[in-house]
Design a protein around this ligand. Sequence first.
Ligand SMILES: Nc1ncnc2c1ncn2[C@@H]1O[C@H](COP(=O)(O)OP(=O)(O)OP(=O)(O)O)[C@@H](O)[C@H]1O
Ligand SMILES: [Mg+2]
Length: 472
Amino acid sequence: MFKILVADDDEGLRLSVTAALRQHGYDVESVANGEEALTKIRTNSYQLALLDVQMPKLNGIETLKELKAQDPSLIVILLTAYSNVPDAVQATKLGAYNYLEKPIQADNLVYMIGKALKAKSMIEALSFSAPQIKLPDGSQFIGQSVEMKKVFSVIQKLAQVDTPVLIRGQSGTGKELVARALHFNGPRKDNRFVSVNCSAIPETLIESEFFGHEKGSFTGADHRKIGKFQYADGGTLFLDEIGDISAAMQVKLLRVLQERKFMPIGSNREMEVNVRIVAATNRDLDQMIRDGSFREDLFYRLNVLPVNLPSLAERRPDIEVLIQYFIEKFNREYKKDVKKVSGEAMSLLRTHSWPGNIRELENVIEHAFVLEPSAEITVASLPELFQQKKINTEIPTVTRPGFKLDLQRLDFQANKEQFEKEFLIQALKTFKGRINQTALHANIPKKTLLRKLEKYGIVARDFSESTAVGEE
Ligand SMILES: Nc1ncnc2c1ncn2[C@@H]1O[C@H](COP(=O)(O)OP(=O)(O)OP(=O)(O)O)[C@@H](O)[C@H]1O
Ligand SMILES: [Mg+2]
């Protein structure tokens, strides 16, 4: 329930306003002056305050300044007598949402409050990020979908413990971001976060990469080398693409997980480490266990606390906030001042299938930054793929055939021919009678198109630019 604070020295007004607002389901408290309002706000949290401009002790304008300093998101509406309207206008520059002239009409007041609170909750929803999840390079974890809010709260809890975590999700869903968030929001944050991409290291080198080696332990080992496990001591070791390690390495990894001990190559001394393991994969580990390419015992060791990242298509409410986030990021990087995305471009972005997830979205926005000369991202600056789509998505709207099924005459051939005829006419209209364009975008082989035009006696030229003018 929304909480509202009313401050006015006129007791009659306080009572009537309080009663009217309570009737509309608001939780209301009232005080008689600005000072009391300040005291109240220190111990309570309100979404909105109604302040009389003329009040003893601290007037409405002074109170507004103080309240806003304490809580910038508080909505303030001033209540003012006619003689103080200029002050109230001035106050909107100090952050007041609006003012109402006395005598106050309950209807106007309720309407204005409803509108203000709606705007406030919309803004808050849009700017929802996970401020509690910090990353040292200033990058943020964005998401307002129910799915991501769950992920954020899981990260919060998992960051505090030492148990291994297995992060699963398609490519580009943010697995590495989760791993870093786990490290930098927990007690290990002042030690190292070490990331190893298991699929990028050749099989012959991976053991040395993990555990290190002594000088001369194998051909080419001309220095003693510290492995990643030792390097990450006290911190977190992120094993990316864990699904790609060999059977032999799986055994060795299992042993470190169980005993926290390992032996560098060529050494006869066991090393003990305190490392938190976070692993990630986009492979289907369940299938790999079934076909024997991933050890079940290792899987259970790693999978004590799983984090599953949904694909971007499964959390569409995040698309718009992510776009906003990337625009701000690239504005800084490219020293540009892109303000928004055009409606048409936004609708293409919102409905795209995003097989490459957030990484793809980030790349698309960066692409637009490079190409877009104006302060608004338009369809023209999106990658080729979206240009194609633009035409495709227009077909059902612009050229939707006026075809009606003839239910009196349930004859398949007749209905099909009628449909074809109308479809071709609409397609030619859309592509201004150009045969090649029509064939390409309406997805008809050119030969078929020409044959059908002849069959129905349709002349493509009739739809060319000059004759199309004045149509519709
Ligand atoms: N929720 C998010 N908020 C902000 N940025 C995000 C979010 N999720 C992912 N990103 C960004 O998208 C990009 C891809 O994320 P990341 O590298 O973590 O994905 P991944 O799952 O590890 O992908 P892959 O499987 O291909 O390695 C990164 O630049 C990352 O910062
Ligand atoms: Mg990754």
